[in-house]
Design a protein around this ligand. Structure first.
Ligand SMILES: CC(C)(COP(=O)(O)OP(=O)(O)OC[C@H]1O[C@@H](n2cnc3c(N)ncnc32)[C@H](O)[C@@H]1OP(=O)(O)O)[C@@H](O)C(=O)NCCC(=O)NCCS
Length: 181
């Protein structure tokens, strides 16, 4: 698959152009709908709404949406403040794409937009718990190889980490209360 990357807020994948933008108040209901449609339960949608009320976790600009050609939100990615050991980091997720739009690059677009904005804001480290085969395309590697763990029983390959600037990741346990970590 040929990919061309625009440093602004558009990601071009094959013949689809995905436009992304940071969440606005007008996107909040659509983000919940997309997340409810993508996951089997409301847990992830509820986590997003909870995180929006937590100033210690919420980072403006790191809730990114992708829109279809009509401007409708079809994908969403969130990154919020977490801690690894004693160091600040971001927790990526949830990531959700409307089922009808999956596997057409929208997920890649929102994750890329979220990571690019995090880097632009000077963030260094990102962790996540997710599909082990999806996130390596963005540079994520197994967190346990960097001495990073979670305090719960979880497949080790599902916990991943990324250094946005190439600095060594801090070791330690991830603390992200909204995710039960
Ligand atoms: C996972 C998800 C965010 C991916 O977004 P997407 O827009 O469908 O994916 P993209 O078009 O950007 O990327 C397509 C690639 O992702 C892979 N992919 C899609 N869903 C995947 C999954 N659940 N696990 C692993 N890989 C997946 C495809 O196989 C494809 O791989 P390829 O590029 O090697 O052919 C989306 O499918 C989704 O919302 N799923 C339901 C909710 C979910 O599981 N969220 C993530 C939680 S970690």
């Amino acid at each position: 698959m040929r990919r061309c990357w625009n440093l602004a807020t558009e990601v071009f994948i094959v013949n689809n152009t995905w436009r992304t933008h940071p969440e606005t108040p007008g996107d909040i209901a659509a983000i919940r709908e997309v997340t409810l449609a993508a996951f089997p339960t409301a847990q992830e949608a509820d986590i997003i709404d909870l995180l929006r009320t937590k100033p210690e976790a919420w980072v403006d600009g790191l809730s990114q949406v992708a829109t279809d050609p009509d401007g409708q939100v079809v994908a969403h990615c969130l990154a919020t403040r977490c801690v690894i050991g004693q160091g600040e980091a971001l927790m990526l997720g949830p990531v959700a794409v409307l089922p009808a739009w999956q596997k057409r690059g929208a997920g890649t677009a929102v994750v890329t937009a979220c990571l690019a904005e995090a880097k632009r804001q000077g963030e260094q480290f990102v962790v996540l718990v997710g599909h082990p085969t999806y996130y390596p395309r963005f540079g994520f590697t197994r967190a346990d190889r960097h001495g990073i763990g979670v305090g719960i029983d979880c497949p080790p390959e599902a916990v991943m980490a990324l250094s946005l600037n190439g600095d060594p990741l801090p070791a330690g346990v991830i603390h992200a209360p909204a995710f039960g970590l």
